[in-house]
Design a binder for this molecule. Structure first.
Ligand SMILES: [Ca+2]
Ligand SMILES: [Ca+2]
Ligand SMILES: [Ca+2]
Ligand SMILES: [Ca+2]
Length: 562
């Protein structure tokens, strides 16, 4: 049983902490059928009373177990496009879930779930308030969580397409009321009405003024950057601070992800192109020079490639520098294959795909970093839609980080490969939905749009619970004061006896073709009993928490641990 206690930091910090002591989460053998075991050990004991056979399988069970139906998620294939996103929309400490659908006419709107104590999910589609408004093309793409008005309640932005540029559209901004319901605020907030073909959106405080701004990546049209006025409304920034034409005007540039790759405190951005085989290479890196962006793609050592889908920033080698993985359609369909780029710390990146053991011809779609076994090294989950965009050979990839710069695919052994030669695996996101200290995984199938039929378009969403192990963790929620309240852009380091790990809260949402970076930040710390956690906020404020006990879920308020 977990022991829940309250624990407050020294030095007068007002932070509230729930301390989960040394939880043992190994599954008992009962309830795990033998076919789910990758390996078993059989011990024979001979006693005077006879022979006893003990099957020891606990440590060898698959890491993940599907709980979709068990927790009440709806097993109903819907038209799909966007990315599943996790966020606590009713502020009860449990991450809630939105699973987008594409084309409201046929899909009936996105799935919106309230997480009931980590045990069950309650479908609140009909009452959440996230619904069609006028004008509306019903062509919904990237979803993103962010708290733009700083009231402590997560808001949702949805980039909307324009039905091939023919329909008037207003990207959808919904203000969260903190109880799981939302209010449509696009018009009062000053979001443009036009014929932009929105593909994804990203919440980012690009000028570090403490107010969360919004970037919208459009496909054929120019991009939009909305500066937060601080009064519930936004002002469009001319030239989008240098990003207005970034991969715009091309039919391929569709995804982006912000992160501070050079640790200067300002969020930079990488773009990739959701293109078809043979499409124009559109990869691009823009550096934020303090509120204005410049294209540094070539200077940073990138050779632009095509067909980029999922973008995932994460420090896989624990050197305090964010590295970059880009999922791509892959050579199966004659496009560029996925790549891992290591951050060299001097403004350049090196393609280390081969030496890391990550070369694949899979049609990869989404990529998300997460230390699923809490050993202190970020692992990587990548979805694979199969040959010819969907179909044969659709095995997902779970790259376990070996800690030496290389990875080993463990998807089959750990129960998330899901190779059925028909489903189109696309979106994915990590989250510890039941607060037991290990990252769980949502996977969303379906790569097509409203006009498509069959397996390509229809997809289920499926939840996989992590069975855990004996390793320890720390989960960190951030509350900005001078910085934006969600702490987007904050950089956190955990130092413990045998290692160090680095995370950036990049607020990852719809821009990444996946959901990544949402709070809380998750650190695996191996067998360590405590860690020192340091957070550098976008404001420049630095907080240091010494001797944070292992297996803590804690909230840090900016400036309370100077
Ligand atoms: Ca919640
Ligand atoms: Ca930067
Ligand atoms: Ca690194
Ligand atoms: Ca790991």
């Amino acid at each position: 049983m977990a022991i829940l206690t309250d624990w407050k930091f020294h030095r007068g910090a007002s932070t509230h902490t729930a301390l989960l002591e040394n939880r043992k989460r190994r599954r008992i053998c009962s309830g795990v059928s033998l076919r789910h075991l990758s390996s078993i050990r059989i011990f024979l004991f001979v006693t005077a009373a006879g022979i006893y056979i003990v099957v020891s399988s606990i440590a060898f069970a698959q890491q993940f177990r599907e709980v979709t139906t068990e927790v009440g998620l709806i097993s109903e294939a819907k038209k799909s496009w966007g990315n599943p996103i996790w966020g606590d929309i009713n502020n009860d400490g449990f991450l809630d879930l939105i699973v987008p659908t594409h084309g409201l006419h046929s899909s009936g709107g996105p799935f919106v779930y309230l997480n009931n104590g980590g045990i069950a999910f309650i479908d609140i589609r009909t009452t959440s308030g996230i619904q069609r408004n006028n004008p509306d093309s019903s062509d919904w793409h990237g979803f993103a969580f962010g708290d733009y008005d700083g009231d402590g309640n997560l808001d949702v932005f949805i980039a909307e397409g324009s039905k091939r540029g023919s329909k008037r559209v207003s990207d959808e901004l919904f203000r969260g009321l903190g109880d799981g319901t939302f209010q449509y605020t696009s018009r009062t907030a000053g979001i443009l009405i036009g014929t932009d073909r929105g593909r994804c959106s990203f919440w980012v405080d690009y000028d570090n003024d403490g107010k969360l701004d919004l970037f919208v990546k459009n496909q054929f049209n120019v991009n939009r950057l909305y500066k937060n006025n601080g009064n519930g409304a936004f002002t469009e920034v001319s030239d989008a601070a240098g990003l207005v034409l970034a991969t715009a005007g091309s039919d391929q540039g569709t995804t982006c992800s912000f992160a501070d790759y050079d640790n200067d405190g300002f969020m930079d951005v990488f773009f990739a192109g959701d293109g078809m085989p043979g499409s124009v290479p559109t990869d691009a890196l823009f550096r934020n020079q303090g509120g204005n962006f410049i294209d540094v793609t070539a200077a940073a050592g990138f050779t632009p490639l095509s067909s980029g889908h999922g973008i995932a920033w994460g420090d896989y080698n624990n050197d305090g520098l964010l590295d970059l993985y880009v999922a791509r359609l892959g050579s199966k369909v004659g496009a560029s294959a996925a790549r891992l780029y290591r951050n060299n710390g001097d403004g350049t990146f090196s393609d280390v795909t081969q030496e890391a053991g990550l070369a694949t011809d899979a049609n990869t779609q989404s990529a998300v970093w997460g230390d699923y076994d809490n050993d202190g090294f970020l692992d990587l989950f990548v979805t694979n839609s199969g040959t010819e965009l969907v179909g044969l050979g659709n095995a997902n990839l779970l790259y376990h980080n070996n800690g030496d710069g290389t990875f080993t695919d463990m998807a089959a052994a750990e129960g998330v490969q899901l190779e059925d030669n028909s489903s189109a695996h696309k979106g994915a996101a990590w989250a510890d939905y039941d607060n037991d200290g290990v990252l769980d995984l949502i996977i969303k199938d379906g790569v097509g749009n409203e006009g498509d039929n069959g397996d390509r378009a229809l997809g289920l969403h499926r939840l996989f619970k992590n069975n855990g192990n004996s390793n320890h963790f720390i989960e960190l929620k951030l509350k900005g004061v001078q910085s934006n309240v969600g702490g987007i852009g904050a950089r956190a380091t955990a130092r413990y006896a045998s290692g160090i790990a680095f995370r950036e809260n990049n607020g990852g949402g719809g821009g990444e073709n996946a959901s990544q970076g949402s709070q809380p930040l998750h650190f695996g710390i191996g067998a360590a009993r405590s860690a020192t956690v340091q957070v550098i906020w976008p404001s420049g404020v630095v907080d240091t928490l010494s001797s944070v006990p292992a297996n803590s879920i804690l909230t840090l308020v900016e400036g309370t641990a100077p």
